[in-house]
Design a protein around this ligand. Sequence first.
Ligand SMILES: *[C@@H]1O[C@H](CO)[C@@H](O)[C@H](O)[C@H]1NC(C)=O
Ligand SMILES: *[C@@H]1O[C@H](CO)[C@@H](O)[C@H](O)[C@H]1NC(C)=O
Ligand SMILES: *[C@@H]1O[C@H](CO)[C@@H](O)[C@H](O)[C@H]1NC(C)=O
Ligand SMILES: *[C@@H]1O[C@H](CO)[C@@H](O)[C@H](O)[C@H]1NC(C)=O
Ligand SMILES: *[C@@H]1O[C@H](CO)[C@@H](O)[C@H](O)[C@H]1NC(C)=O
Ligand SMILES: *[C@@H]1O[C@H](CO)[C@@H](O)[C@H](O)[C@H]1NC(C)=O
Ligand SMILES: *[C@@H]1O[C@H](CO)[C@@H](O)[C@H](O)[C@H]1NC(C)=O
Length: 682
Amino acid sequence: MAKTFTSLSLIVSVAFLAICTARRPPLVSDVPVNYTHVCEPSRFAKQGLDIAEFGYCDTSQSFEKRAKDLIDRMTLEEKVLQLGNSAAGASKIGLPPYEWWSEALHGVSNTGPGTNFDEVVPGATSFPTVLLTTASFNQSLWKRIGEVVSSEARAMYNLGKSGLTFWSPNINVARDPRWGRILETPGEDPFVVGTYGAIYVRALQDVEGTLNTTDLNSRPLKVAACCKHYTAYDIEDWLGVDRFHFDARVTEQDMLETFQRPFEMCVRDGDASSAMCSFNRVNGIPVCADKTLLQDKIRGQWDLHGYIVSDCDSIEVMVHGQKWLGDTQEDAVSQVLKAGKCIPCRYVSPIEGFSAFAEVTYEMGCADVACKNDSLIFPAMEAAREADATILLVGLDLSVEAEGRDRVDLLLPGYQTQLINQVAKASKGPVILVIMAAGCVDISFAKNNELIQAILWAGYPGQEGGRAIADIVFGKHNPGGRLPLTWYKAEYVDAVPMTSMPLRPVDEFGYPGRTYKFFNGSTVYPFGYGLSYTNFSYKITPSKTALKIKLNKYQHCNNLNYTNDDVKPFCPAVLVEDLGCEHEFGLEATVENAGKMDGSEVVMVYSKPPTGITGTHAKQVIGFERVFVPAGGKNKVKFTFDVCKSLAIVDGRGNKVLPSGLHTIMVGDADVSFFVEVQFYQ
Ligand SMILES: *[C@@H]1O[C@H](CO)[C@@H](O)[C@H](O)[C@H]1NC(C)=O
Ligand SMILES: *[C@@H]1O[C@H](CO)[C@@H](O)[C@H](O)[C@H]1NC(C)=O
Ligand SMILES: *[C@@H]1O[C@H](CO)[C@@H](O)[C@H](O)[C@H]1NC(C)=O
Ligand SMILES: *[C@@H]1O[C@H](CO)[C@@H](O)[C@H](O)[C@H]1NC(C)=O
Ligand SMILES: *[C@@H]1O[C@H](CO)[C@@H](O)[C@H](O)[C@H]1NC(C)=O
Ligand SMILES: *[C@@H]1O[C@H](CO)[C@@H](O)[C@H](O)[C@H]1NC(C)=O
Ligand SMILES: *[C@@H]1O[C@H](CO)[C@@H](O)[C@H](O)[C@H]1NC(C)=O
């Protein structure tokens, strides 16, 4: 952008405080817990107890032995009092009370009663909401944010202001654009979501210098993270269908391929110390009561080293939620939302951000996000008529998309569209549209309006958001994000009910597919879309393009369905669990910055199954890396892929198989690709 503008009109239809999500006033039932180390000798002494008599505090013993000692000392009544998020402790045996529920989705927050801000610690850093952070596709940034959050969390614990157990991250796949909690998630791709989850968990949990602990059951934790909400959960309250009663009808295929994958990565790769089961049912059974999903999968197959918690307290309490929230659950949720007003936290407003570059005239184009009438549009047009350039900040907030609240359309609310069109028409200078929202908004009208020079999606950008937006608009920072979500057109919501779970199109009812993997219609912006002030070009060198895999007598060929039996190979596929999968392939990408500005490029790598197999995804992300490339310069990035993780598909029966044939590997927006051929022989 030119830097010569002296005046700007800044027109806003969103309250910027929307970024300060997840704040709430103390609930009546809150009892501030004075956190203390369990085995603190002085506390025992004060209670007239001799700590030496309590085996569970003997650090020379194993954790198993100490845990058993503790349990053995408790009466049944005392044990019951430890269930639920507020554990009462047992004073007779020196066990202090503990509040398990703390949250740190994008910064330490007081959403859970376990964390309390006061004069000593008035707040914590509010990072951008997760969806926006994901859009950076910068894995070291994801990790760095998690490390800062856990340092702040640990400091708060040391001051007695928070617990050690944080019920974050939220790694449910954003299956439907109407979901109210999309802002909390890393988007719609299961691999991206799982990668984010594993990195964030490690950043919360890992203690520097102890990463090579061999006994994973005694790995030291900075704080404990939690993979939630397990599983197939992504409906809040949609046209009367609510999350407490919803029964998600899910196929084995979708379960394995989409809903479970992030959880498997979060538990296995992240080694999370906790997982939370969700409120909903899956195929008739409440997840929190499903032995197969909990015991067999998470504890058994995935080898969880930690605890499983049900969403907001034990099952019994979940049903009688009003007892501990002092209200109905719905009311409690809305209390959280109301409370958000969304207590102010420290933040840089857009006015402050833009004032660093030019003189700013500020107009509220709408009284609030709902924008029920057009009474403020005229003054906004007047401001735009006078200024050298106009910035329009529009979008949604937690009154539209939030926990407990799904959307019913993909439009800007009320008169926001009119505001944009009329201001663009009146404006003397260039018009920049900034969209603040998590879920997609159909802004085709603005995309097609040549009076609007640029559109910037800013999500809910956290406490420094105002500065970041201004820096990008004025070219001080070159953006390089990518959409972690498909931006559907508004008609999408009429084509498929939110309650229909399948990811694939349902031809019987004419439902389109979901996410970039299965939706083939036209979009406002596709998954992975993103621009930069410079241009990048790629050169690709594949490291291996033919994989001949010899099968032993225990490895059998599996059948697959093909659109045309003529293309069916002799051995269509082999079960991944039979293969062992020591095969790899890779590529090196040379990224060249052809433009005049330094910038970072997200190199996205997709795989596409051999043509002709029915019911497969169009493509899927298998790797990504963000690289910095100076203007006129080059940078290299190298990928190595595990054949099974990157090329396997889940067939219609729910088997994970590696198909034979030509797999296409696509880099970036598909203009660079090559084949990897998989062949089985006996
Ligand atoms: C926590 O400590 C404060 C100050 O020492 C005290 O007033 C309060 O009663 C304690 N709370 C509990 C639950 O023990
Ligand atoms: C990724 O984020 C880190 C901060 O953790 C930053 O230093 C680095 O420049 C970013 N990388 C790119 C390529 O933008
Ligand atoms: C952990 O193991 C890695 C690889 O084996 C090694 O490079 C690293 O130095 C080890 N770290 C510590 C703290 O021992
Ligand atoms: C327009 O909406 C605002 C805020 O909702 C309200 O205060 C005002 O009275 C409305 N004006 C008209 C003319 O309806
Ligand atoms: C898109 O999917 C629908 C539903 O399966 C199908 O009928 C249609 O032919 C597909 N269109 C394209 C262009 O592939
Ligand atoms: C980038 O590429 C586009 C077309 O693909 C071209 O119009 C534009 O001038 C290029 N910009 C730079 C900075 O090279
Ligand atoms: C092939 O299609 C049939 C009929 O739709 C189905 O019953 C079967 O499970 C499919 N097989 C695989 C491997 O997907």
